[in-house]
Design a protein around this ligand. Structure first.
Ligand code: ADP
Ligand code: ADP
Length: 223
């Protein structure tokens, strides 16, 4: 049972004189519980693909089906609800809110879910424990190393047990030690929780640890 089906998806950006075809007739099916690397050089369309599947933007032509729902028929509120319930996001620059501590950053993913304050706090702390950062729960992002901040980012992306996590170059700003930690953490959590990861990267350390690689070249996808 596929969780994502992209059919002939194209994306054209129209800015300035010359339009840019960032994706060209991409066909892609994602299955549950897989770790998938989307590789390719800078500018090849990786972020665009993640944005479209993550419901942050819409294709110019073609269709994307997410958990059995055609994305283009969804209303704004419905996309938001789908994103909140089923999707998680991990970023290259971690994207933690500097005015919130680690546990409060993780709790952000649980707002809008039918849970009490105590349940939210307890689930966020349990998730921080899973990424090995319980002892840093009340530290602010600026008090954490890059690898630790990314572990908070992973906890925030997974605390609501999403079916699909988009990770945009998650190891690009990390040294090899931290990158290795982050990679094995994603592997373990994907197997424990059954989450599919779609990871854009050109990091060979990351690619060799994935279950599957798809490659973009100038907007064209090769499986
Ligand atoms: P990657 O993530 O592989 O580096 P992107 O998806 O960011 O690639 O970009 C693919 C192409 O689309 C590039 O040529 C980029 O300049 C262009 N592009 C991306 N976002 C926009 C945008 N918002 N407006 C115009 N062009 C864009
Ligand atoms: P790295 O260079 O590996 O990213 P840092 O040198 O930034 O790590 O940090 C080393 C350790 O010191 C980490 O465990 C980090 O959490 C801690 N640390 C760094 N800055 C602060 C700070 N301002 N307050 C408290 N702990 C800090």
């Amino acid at each position: 049972q596929a969780i994502v089906v992209c059919r002939q998806v194209s994306k054209r950006y129209r800015k300035g004189e010359i339009p840019v075809d960032a994706l060209k007739r991409v066909d892609l099916t994602l299955n549950p519980g897989q770790l998938i690397a989307a590789s390719g050089p800078s500018g090849s369309g990786k972020s665009t693909l993640l944005n479209l599947i993550g419901l942050l933007d819409q294709p110019s032509t073609g269709t994307i089906e997410l958990f059995g729902q055609r994305s283009e028929v969804l209303k704004r509120k419905e996309r938001q609800a789908l994103r909140r319930k089923y999707l998680g996001f991990i970023f290259q620059n971690f994207n933690l809110l500097p005015v919130l501590n680690a546990v409060e950053n993780v709790e952000l993913s649980l707002y809008g879910h039918p849970l009490s304050k105590d349940q939210i706090r307890n689930q966020a702390l349990a998730m921080l424990q899973q990424v090995g950062l319980l002892n840093r729960a009340y530290h602010y992002p600026k008090e954490l190393s890059g690898g630790q901040q990314q572990r908070v980012g992973i906890a925030r992306a997974l605390v609501h047990k999403p079916k699909l996590v988009m990770a945009d170059e998650p190891t690009a700003n990390l040294d090899t030690g931290s990158a290795t930690e982050i990679i094995s953490l994603m592997r373990n959590l994907s197997h424990e929780i059954g989450t599919t990861f779609l990871v854009s990267t050109h990091d060979p350390r990351l690619i060799k640890n994935m279950d599957r690689e798809v490659t973009l070249t100038d907007g064209v996808l090769l499986s």
